[in-house]
Design a protein around this ligand. Structure first.
Ligand SMILES: [Fe+2]
Length: 210
């Protein structure tokens, strides 16, 4: 059973097993939602990736998982529920510090590399994981060498690429960000959960801000 905070690991489930279960679900959704122009990313995801030992590392932002379940879309509900079920068992992290966006931001975001150079599942040329924000959080403009795809799983946040206006991307939306292109996201009344995929360049890079 989950504890009241929603952050306790689920009894008996190991991080390895949780990662494998989540990876199958993630690959299934990507098969459904990636458009033809992005399907080459699918071929880069290994069918049976090697596992790395990891320990559960929940973060305060996971307290919003009940709301995440409530603001997924028809096509993403199953995966959002799987994430909410397994999140407490997985190794979440933060690559920004309070010096970047302040202490309040640190309590309101987290990411979890599911597969890649450092996640519980190993891949060298691609990374894929989860990104989560609490309501009312702004993820300021940033950029990185890797080309990126976001798939929104829950929450109607506003997203911006380059000099475009902010626009709501609903659950199920697939967003593409070319290498080094600046982009930003701001959450409204709902928390936001997205998949991210990175390829090209340094897959462990800390994004450049601004
Ligand atoms: Fe990004």
């Amino acid at each position: 059973m989950r504890g009241m905070s929603g952050r306790e690991p689920i009894g008996g489930r190991t991080p390895d097993a949780a990662a494998a279960t989540l990876y199958r679900a993630v690959c299934g959704l990507l098969q459904e939602v990636l458009p033809a122009a992005r399907r080459d990313w699918l071929a880069m995801l290994p069918g049976t990736p090697a596992a790395r030992p990891t320990a559960p590392a929940p973060l305060p932002v996971l307290d919003w998982l009940p709301q995440i379940r409530a603001c997924a879309g028809p096509g993403t509900q199953a995966l959002a529920d799987t994430v909410a079920d397994l999140a407490g068992t997985l190794p979440w992290g933060q690559n920004y510090s309070a010096a970047d966006f302040g202490a309040a931001f640190q309590a309101r975001y987290g990411f979890m590399e599911l597969i890649g150079p450092r996640g519980p599942l190993a891949a060298a040329d691609i990374a894929c994981g989860l990104l989560m924000f609490a309501p009312g959080t702004e993820y300021p403009q940033h950029r990185h060498e890797a080309e990126e795809i976001y798939v929104v799983l829950a929450g109607r946040a506003e997203w911006r690429a380059g000099d475009e206006e902010y626009a709501v991307a609903p659950p199920g939306a697939v967003l593409h960000r070319p290498s080094w292109s600046p982009h930003a996201t701001r959450m409204g009344a709902e928390p936001m959960l997205a998949l991210y995929l990175w390829r090209g360049g340094d897959l462990m890079q800390k994004s450049e801000i601004g």
